[in-house]
Ligand binder design. Structure first.
Ligand SMILES: [Fe+2]
Length: 337
């Protein structure tokens, strides 16, 4: 062996390249059991190992910024369009071209420049107390500001991205002034200052502390199928109402993924996102977490199908994401804490 040192270096490089090629590092804000199962399936099928760091989107975005080009992350997965847009704006994602993703996911659920890609949909809808509210008196998000709902409405705080995106969609559709008036009207009708998460709002409606709340659909699915009898009881005592069916449709948000700008293994990263948009993974999202699959060819879970079909707002989420900063200003001015 004439160049033992060179051979050692070469085999080290080959091994390193092999290790990179056979694993993909994911920073994920999705906080659901379904995802563990998905990554296992991906590894079984491709031999590519998935290492996951789970944290809140804000922390993951900060971490990506801090790590810069040295970040080990290949894929960022977050809930909410606002987070995906922020990651894109901060230069943390890269655009990818994938025919598979383009075939699997409709254009309005993807970034117009291919930086992020929707995986699942959730509708932000109205839940009502079945004993006190006739659903025929419900219509739109806008109508929640009417005097008849004074002291009867609950919604979580404005630092929830889910609310920021709903507000951003109002800005996109109706302009900033109308969105501001809506925020003030909602605040005027609240039972109390916002506190707790979506599930807490649902529990409060079931307990008769309020008549209406604005929440994400999958929380109801999880409660309907909960091992906890009290949660099942809560879910049974509230009704679900899809607003704005006679105009633009109910507000839709997504969880989604993008390949990081720093990724050293973008091929594996794209493979993982493609896998997550295809039949098998989409079915798991739908069945395990009661989300609406972003891939329209995949069936809904029985629980979600039972809520009935509805018209969804198909505004481009790229457009909604661009209005999130205005939404935050509106919440501040309206005193929506
Ligand atoms: Fe959530």
């Amino acid at each position: 062996m004439r160049f033992p040192m060179a051979r050692t270096v070469l085999s080290f490089l080959t091994l390193t390249a092999f290790l990179y090629a056979s694993q993909v590092n994911v920073y994920s804000h999705r906080h659901y059991d379904s995802d563990r199962l998905l990554f296992e399936r991906f590894t079984e099928q491709t031999g590519i190992e998935v290492n996951v760091v789970t944290a809140r989107a804000g922390e993951l975005i900060q971490r990506l910024q801090r790590e810069g080009r040295l970040s080990p992350a290949d894929v960022l997965i977050t809930v909410d369009i606002g987070n995906l847009q922020e990651a894109k704006d901060k230069g943390l994602l890269r655009p990818i071209t994938s025919e598979t993703i383009a075939e699997n996911i409709p254009p309005h659920l993807r970034d117009s420049e291919n930086y992020w890609h929707g995986l699942t949909k959730r509708a932000r809808i109205i839940v009502y107390n079945k004993e006190t509210v006739d659903p025929r008196t419900l219509s739109t998000y806008e109508a929640l500001t009417e005097p008849e709902w004074k002291g009867r409405l609950l919604v979580r705080s404005s630092d929830s991205m889910y609310n920021q995106s709903l507000m951003a969609s109002l800005v996109a559709h109706k302009g900033e002034a109308a969105a501001q008036a809506w925020a003030e009207g909602v605040v005027a009708n609240l039972v109390r200052a916002p506190r707790g998460n979506d599930r807490d709002q649902i529990r409060a409606v079931a307990a008769g502390e309020a008549d209406l709340a604005v929440v994400n659909t999958y929380y109801l699915g999880l409660m309907e199928n909960s091992p906890n009898a009290a949660d099942r009881q809560v879910a049974a005592s509230v009704g679900i109402f899809f607003p704005n069916q006679d105009d633009r449709g109910a507000h839709i948000n997504i969880s989604g993924a993008g390949v990081t700008a720093s990724s050293r293994n973008p091929e594996a990263a794209v493979k993982l996102i493609e896998f997550l948009t295809a039949q098998e993974a989409q079915q798991i999202f739908a069945q395990e977490n009661y989300e609406y699959p972003a891939n329209p060819s995949v069936a809904l879970s029985d629980t979600v199908a039972a809520w009935g079909q509805f018209k969804e707002d198909t505004i481009s989420l790229t457009e909604v994401g661009q209005q999130v900063h205005k939404a935050i200003g509106i919440f501040d001015r309206a005193g929506w804490r």
